[in-house]
Each structure stands twice: as C-alpha cells, then as structure tokens.
Design a protein. Structure first.
Length: 99
C-alpha cells in the first residue's frame, strides 16, 4: 500500500551553489517574460486600437500576441530546463576508451 508521507522516493543531495545558480537563471528568465507581458498589457491599456488590427488571415494582433506569450513561456521553460540540467561528468582518460 502506498504511504502518504511527503518525502521524495530517493534522497537527492542539494548543492547550495547549484541551487543559487538555478534560482538566478529562473529570476532572469522570469524578468524576460515579465517584460514581454508588461509590453502586452501596456499595449492593451494604452493602444487598444492596435490590438484590434487584423493580420495574417484575419487573426487580430491581440490573438497573435496572446499566443506569442504562451509560446514564449514554453520556450523560456525549455531554456530554463536546458540551463539547469545536471552537469555531465568529463570523460575518464584512464577508462581505456575501447583500446
């Protein structure tokens, strides 16, 4: 039967330097997304006529920019995952390499 404790299944050591680096990456990418979202909101608030323009087959700027925000969030999440991946161990020169 499953247990209801909140521990992870495997104990993972957390390196404070790596955790701090990952947090910096996350905050920087959040700032990038915040700027994109802020520009979107400012455009909505102060130039709503621009958001009503029709481009690309009858789709409005509002819809395209909204979908662009969703795509940007997904891309930034992928960038964050790539930046925070586990470091690869250098190859061991004494391992022989098949020789």
């Amino acid at each position: 039967m499953a247990h209801f404790d909140q521990r992870p299944a495997t104990a993972e050591a957390v390196n404070p330097a790596i955790a701090a680096r990952n947090a910096r990456y996350g905050l920087a990418l959040f700032a990038v997304y915040g700027l994109l979202y802020g520009a979107f909101m400012l455009l909505n608030a102060f130039a709503p006529a621009v958001m009503a323009w029709t481009v690309l087959g009858g789709v409005s700027v509002a819809v395209l920019s909204g979908l662009g925000l969703i795509a940007a969030a997904f891309v930034l999440a992928l960038v964050y995952a790539w930046l925070c991946r586990a470091p690869q161990a250098p190859p061991d020169p004494d391992a022989g390499g098949g020789q």
